[in-house]
Design a protein around this ligand. Structure first.
Ligand SMILES: C[S@@+](CC[C@H](N)C(=O)[O-])C[C@H]1O[C@@H](n2cnc3c(N)ncnc32)[C@H](O)[C@@H]1O
Length: 222
């Protein structure tokens, strides 16, 4: 089956022999891909709206994988079922993803791996996961149309990151040979310079932070 590059990479990162839950599944193409293309026999797909979930069920029926997918109408981690050890969340804002985790911290005891692809506020997501006792195992960028989406694989385990390392991305910063990654940092540098030029001098702390970020990006790209 054909799915977009972003969903396919997320699907390919789900460890075999895990029991994954896709929160905010919408069309459920990710779950269908896991069953159809990667041989998963049991996956869970949830959404907090009935409409998308009904469509998801129809799609699973079309692909003849309905018996392998549990469809759950629930908000965030309320969809958790015993045995689930991997959670994917993509196509949502970073603050929504953080809210989902903060609302049910007790569920995190059972989740070994989070594969997250926030549309924005990715630094806030990284900070939150590290605070909850996960480390960044891998980081990817996927370009689709004019957008660049980050994909993070977080594994259970404590690791300390400096502000600079977390900001740049401990793994992503080692992938500068990839033109997509280099362009991403260059764009980030341009945007940060642009933002700084619009911040009044009286906003000392904000300006100080932005100047630090500019320095980190310049050093990396040097
Ligand atoms: C833009 S779609 C993303 C679909 C798919 N995950 C992807 O990456 O293409 C976001 C979906 O998340 C659902 N959603 C938003 N907030 C949610 C929450 N707190 N819990 C579960 N689903 C949520 C929406 O109803 C919608 O179907």
């Amino acid at each position: 089956m054909k799915i977009n590059q972003r969903l396919q990479l997320i699907g390919d990162l789900v460890p075999l022999s895990s029991y994954p839950l896709d929160i905010g599944c919408d069309h459920a193409l990710l779950s269908i891909y896991l069953v159809k293309e990667r041989g998963f026999q049991h996956v869970a797909a949830s959404d907090n709206k009935k409409g998308p979930l009904d469509q998801a069920r129809k799609n699973a029926h079309i692909y003849q994988v309905d018996t392998a997918i549990d469809f759950i109408l629930a908000a965030g981690l309320e969809a958790y079922q015993p045995g689930i050890d991997v959670v994917t969340i993509s196509g949502m804002g970073g603050l929504t993803i953080n809210r989902i985790l903060l609302d049910h911290p007790e569920v995190l005891n059972f989740i070994d791996t989070f594969i997250l692809s926030p549309n924005n506020y990715s630094l806030a997501v990284k900070r939150n996961l590290v605070k909850f006792g996960y480390f960044i195992q891998d980081e990817y960028l996927v370009q689709e149309k004019n957008m660049t989406y980050p994909i993070y694989v977080f594994k259970k385990g404590k690791k300390h990151y400096s502000s600079k390392t977390l900001f740049l991305g401990p793994v992503l910063a080692t992938k500068l040979n990839d033109p997509v990654v280099r362009t991403y940092y260059q764009k980030q540098l341009q945007e940060t310079r642009q933002i700084l030029s619009h911040i009044p001098r009286s906003y000392y702390q904000r300006r100080h932070q932005l100047k630090k970020e500019i320095k980190w990006l310049e050093q990396l790209l040097d």
